[in-house]
Design a protein around this ligand. Structure first.
Ligand code: ADP
Ligand code: ADP
Length: 224
C-alpha cells in the first residue's frame, strides 16, 4: 500500500510530541523510523494505526483519507517490543486471534495458521504456550499473529529491543527475508542507528517531533 502523511501534529498537555510531519512511502518498502527516545516515533505509529487521533494533518492510504477509519479497518498489523502475546493461549490460538475475532471459519483459520507456522519457522510449536518459548520464538509468534489477517502495512515498534544482542542480529536477518518474501510495506521503529541502516530500504529520522531527514541509508550517511 502507498502511504501519505501530510502535516501531522500531536500535542500532549502543551508538549509538542509530533510537529507538522509529512512523508510518503512507496509500496513494498521497509522503512526505518529512527530517532532518540522521546522523539515522537511511537506517537507517529499510533496515529498511523488509528490508535490515536492527530490534532492536525491527514493520512492517506492508497489515496484514501483514513483519519476517521477505525484501527481494525485500516489493514494494518503491529508488533510491539514486549511481545504482548496472550499468555493463556497457545501458539496456534495466538496466531489465529485476528482471524477468530473476524469470525473466519475453522478450516480457513487452520489453513492460514499453518501457512504462517511455516513462514515463521514455528511448525511443531503450535501447542506450546508463550512461557515455553524463547524470546526470539515469542517474537516470531507476534509476527505471525500480526500477519495472519493479511494486513497491507506492518508497523514494528522496536520489535527486538527486549531480545539479547546475538539473537537480535539473527532476527533482523530473518525479518528482512520475511518481509521481502511477503512484499509487505513496513515501518520499523528503532533508536539504534546500526539496526536501522541494516534493515531499512529507506529511513525517516525524527527528532523532537520533527522529521529531519528521509532517504536511503547510503544517501543519508554518505557525504556528497
Ligand atoms: P519515542 O517513541 O520516539 O520514544 P514517543 O512518541 O513515545 O517518542 O513520545 C514523544 C513525546 O510525547 C515524549 O515526550 C513523550 O513523553 C510524550 N508522550 C507520548 N505519549 C504521551 C501521552 N499519551 N501523554 C503524554 N505525553 C506523551
Ligand atoms: P516507548 O518508549 O515505546 O515510546 P513509552 O514507555 O515512552 O514507550 O510509553 C508507553 C506508553 O506511555 C505509551 O502509550 C505512551 O503514549 C505513554 N506515555 C509516554 N510518555 C507519556 C507521558 N509523558 N505522559 C503520559 N503517557 C505517556
Amino acid at each position: 500500500m502507498h502511504i501519505e502523511v501530510r502535516g501531522i501534529s500531536k500535542n500532549y498537555n502543551g508538549h509538542q510530541a509530533v510537529s507538522d510531519v509529512s512523508f510518503s512511502i512507496e509500496r513494498g518498502k521497509l522503512i526505518g523510523l529512527l530517532g532518540p527516545s522521546g522523539g515522537g516515533k511511537s506517537t507517529l505509529l499510533r496515529i498511523l494505526a488509528g490508535l490515536e487521533s492527530p490534532d492536525a494533518g491527514e493520512i492517506y492510504i492508497n489515496g484514501k483519507l483514513v483519519n476517521d477509519v477505525q484501527p481494525q479497518q485500516r489493514g494494518i498489523g503491529f508488533v510491539f517490543q514486549n511481545y504482548a502475546l496472550f499468555k493463556h493461549m497457545n501458539v496456534f490460538d495466538n496466531i489465529a486471534f485476528g482471524l477468530t475475532i473476524r469470525k473466519k471459519d475453522k478450516a480457513e483459520i487452520k489453513q492460514r495458521v499453518d501457512e504462517l507456522l511455516d513462514l515463521t519457522g514455528l511448525r511443531g510449536f503450535e501447542k506450546r504456550y508463550p512461557h515455553q518459548l524463547s524470546g526470539g520464538q515469542r517474537q516470531r509468534v507476534a509476527f505471525a499473529r500480526a500477519l495472519a489477517p493479511r494486513p497491507e502495512l506492518l508497523l514494528l515498534d522496536e520489535p527486538f529491543a527486549a531480545i539479547d544482542a546475538k539473537v537480535r542480529k539473527e532476527l533482523r536477518t530473518w525479518l528482512k527475508q520475511l518481509i521481502s518474501t511477503i512484499g509487505i510495506t513496513s515501518i520499523f521503529v528503532t533508536h539504534d542507528q546500526d539496526e536501522a541502516v541494516e534493515v531499512a530500504d529507506e529511513m525517516l529520522i525524527v527528532q523532537q517531533g520533527r522529521l529531519e531527514q528521509q532517504g536511503t541509508p547510503v544517501s543519508i550517511y554518505t557525504e556528497p
